[in-house]
Design a protein around this ligand. Structure first.
Ligand SMILES: [Mn+2]
Length: 419
């Protein structure tokens, strides 16, 4: 019987992106999240007395800003060395050999697989063979698996590989390969990296993405960690283990039929409490969205800033752990949004905005415009303060939100004028 931990995509010192409703002291504590998650990994290895650790690429987010990133990683590896736990790792697209310009000598327990050809390490005491190849450059477009050797007979064979397989939505298609390529080699376990969403792709043989160890933005929502593998004869058991120190969650609040701001907030509170229930104790980074049409639409939107902060307030009130709000998306659908406007100039303005909301070409142009502003902002801000890049989806959302806001404000103005 032996046990190992399979992790990938540590992205050490990668910033947490997009937190808007938090102050600097929180940002500082959240910034170290990937380091804390790596410490949790080391602690788990020692606690579970694993026989070895496998890291399937992207230990680093890119070239180190300074040596402290490497020093921190080595400190963690030295702890594993002191506990006699070997580490087998490959470099991925983010920390490919050509990407990293700074280097530090690793402790003797860490084996980095070559980026020139696949290598095999045999652990004879356990009858385990570990095969792997690092990325030489960021854009590895060839199928690396074709170079991997056949399984060592009688051994438990593990293949470490950083790959997007035959293509995964939202991920660059590095080192592409087919599941049949993996099957053909007769390995027992494919320890994959690159896709940050945890996924057991196959169970015969095991083809596993452990996901990244720490979510870094709203598109990496949910629990993050590693996989603890126990091999007992022909029995292989997998356990997902959480390592993350803050967790991203998207919360959707249905405000259908809600009539006043006073009624919206309890709705938000209960939606947040419900979404947070499976994640006790861990600080949460949240995106909160309101959905559903409400007759109170025009009142809610008269002061979006107030509404937004009341929602943040309700969210942090709803649960006992810290809640950091990334974004409040107050854009509920209202079938009759335009009908709130009195006949007059507001009609044509609403018409124009609705036109934008439906015009893909105009959205692309807008997205380009926003991106150039974004680049300009990036040049003037610290990276952690910079807004996330704008894409076409964001633009549609922005336009939708603008439509709601303008309509509501016009309506508010008209209402005040009437009285
Ligand atoms: Mn990665």
């Amino acid at each position: 019987m032996f046990r190992f931990i399979h992790c990938a995509d540590i992205h050490l010192d990668s910033p947490m992106r997009g937190l808007r409703f938090v102050d600097d002291s929180v940002i500082d504590s959240v910034r170290g999240a990937t380091r804390r998650a790596l410490e949790n990994l080391v602690e788990l290895c020692i606690q579970e007395k694993v026989d070895f650790l496998v890291i399937a690429g992207d230990v680093f987010d890119g070239d180190w800003e300074d040596y402290t990133t490497g020093l921190f990683f080595n400190r963690c590896m030295q702890k594993l060395d002191a506990a006699d736990i070997p580490v087998y790792l490959i470099r991925g697209n983010h920390d490919a050999a050509s990407v990293l310009t700074r280097h530090l000598t690793l402790p003797g327990n860490v084996r980095v697989f070559s980026e020139r050809h696949p290598e095999t390490v045999r652990i004879d005491a356990l009858q385990v063979a570990v095969h792997g190849q690092s990325f030489a450059v960021r854009d590895v477009t060839e199928n690396l698996v074709l170079g991997y050797p056949q399984a060592v007979p009688g051994y438990f064979n593990i293949g470490i590989l950083h790959t997007g397989l035959a293509g995964r939505e939202g991920h660059a298609r590095y080192a592409p390969c087919q599941l049949d390529d993996l099957r053909a080699l007769g390995y027992n376990y494919w320890a994959l990296g690159h896709i940050h969403q945890p996924e057991i792709v196959l169970s015969e043989p095991w083809v596993v993405y452990p996901g990244n160890v720490q979510g870094r933005h709203i598109r990496e929502a949910g629990e993050r960690g590693c996989v603890l593998v126990t091999v007992d004869g022909s029995d292989v058991t997998l356990e997902q283990k959480a390592l993350d120190v803050v967790r991203w969650l998207e919360v959707s609040c249905d405000i259908e039929d809600v009539l006043t701001l006073g009624d919206v907030l309890p709705t938000v509170k209960s939606a947040v409490a419900q979404a947070a229930a499976p994640h006790p104790g861990i600080p949460l980074c949240m995106r909160i969205g309101l959905k559903g049409s409400t007759p109170a639409h025009q009142f809610l939107y008269q002061d979006v800033e107030q509404l937004t902060h009341e929602i943040v307030n309700a969210a942090q009130w709803a649960v006992s752990q810290p809640v950091y709000v990334e974004r409040v998306a107050v854009a509920p659908n209202h079938a009759g949004a335009a009908s709130f406007c009195a006949v007059g100039p507001s009609d044509s303005l609403t018409g124009v905005l609705q036109g934008v909301a439906e015009d893909r070409t105009l959205q692309t142009a807008l997205a380009e415009q926003l991106s150039s502003w974004h680049r300009l902002l990036l040049g003037r801000m610290q990276e952690q303060d910079a807004p996330s890049p704008v894409d076409a989806t964001d633009t549609r959302e922005l336009v939708r939100q603008a439509l709601m806001e303008v309509t509501a404000r016009l309506q508010g103005g008209a209402t005040r004028g009437d009285t």
